[in-house]
Design a binder for this molecule. Structure first.
Ligand code: ZN
Length: 221
């Protein structure tokens, strides 16, 4: 199923699907659960737009490459070009919306790549590796430093985080990213996962929400 950015009311957002800029270890408790040190500056990696699939109706996972972990994340849709260390005001003005997303990770593959000091694309950029829900408009969010993200699987809460606990909060994070490379309308910034990551299994039902803003059901096909 092809992906197109849209708002929660179904209105399409006419930006092309760009890259997904991700940050690793942006919550201290998640870094600790995988025995990773806390980075001194944001650990960035990019998923190509081609790995993005819609949350609605369910999503497939690779069956033959070891454990596929869920990472529930707050996704930020960029609506205006940003480059060369924009100001906080410019960043806030460029944000079009917020959505919950799953940054799917082939954890066994990633462990081997990390051991060898190799890039993570094989673990992070496979088709279907970014599962993205529709966006709520940015002006519906009162405080970008207080956005809750929660994931339940088969009725059990597995991840429950808040942007206030990010090591690199959303606006400074986007400033940092844009200081290193340009962001374009249609790009997404995936702001890292709180603690609680774990493997997915076909047939599981998921509920993912930005607390008080939006909520979606999905399933692993
Ligand atoms: Zn992630």
């Amino acid at each position: 199923m092809s992906y197109q950015h849209q708002y929660t009311d179904g209105t399409p957002i006419h930006f092309p699907l760009g890259k997904v800029v991700c940050v690793g270890r942006n919550y201290a408790e998640h870094a600790a659960e995988l025995n990773n040190p806390i980075p001194t500056e944001p650990l960035l990696f990019i998923k190509p737009g081609s790995c993005t699939v819609p949350m609605a109706g369910g999503f497939a996972i690779p069956q033959d490459r070891g454990a596929v972990h869920f990472e529930a994340e707050i996704a930020v849709l960029i609506g205006k070009p940003l480059s060369k260390k924009p100001s906080e005001e410019e960043v806030l003005d460029a944000i079009s919306g917020y959505a919950p997303a799953l940054d799917l990770t082939l954890r066994d593959v990633q462990a081997k790549l990390k051991e060898k000091g190799l890039p993570w694309e094989l673990a992070k950029s496979f088709d279907g590796a970014y599962v993205l829900a529709p966006f709520v408009a940015a002006d519906a969010v009162e405080d970008v430093r207080d956005i809750g993200i929660r994931l339940s699987i088969d009725g059990q809460v597995r991840q429950d985080g808040n942007s206030r606990d990010m090591l690199n909060p959303i606006v400074p994070l986007i400033r940092h990213i844009a200081a290193h490379f340009s962001l374009q309308p249609g790009d997404v910034v995936s702001t890292g996962t709180p603690a609680g990551v774990g493997p997915l299994t076909s047939g599981e039902s998921l509920e993912i929400e930005l607390s008080g803003l939006s909520r979606f059901a999905s399933r692993v096909l």
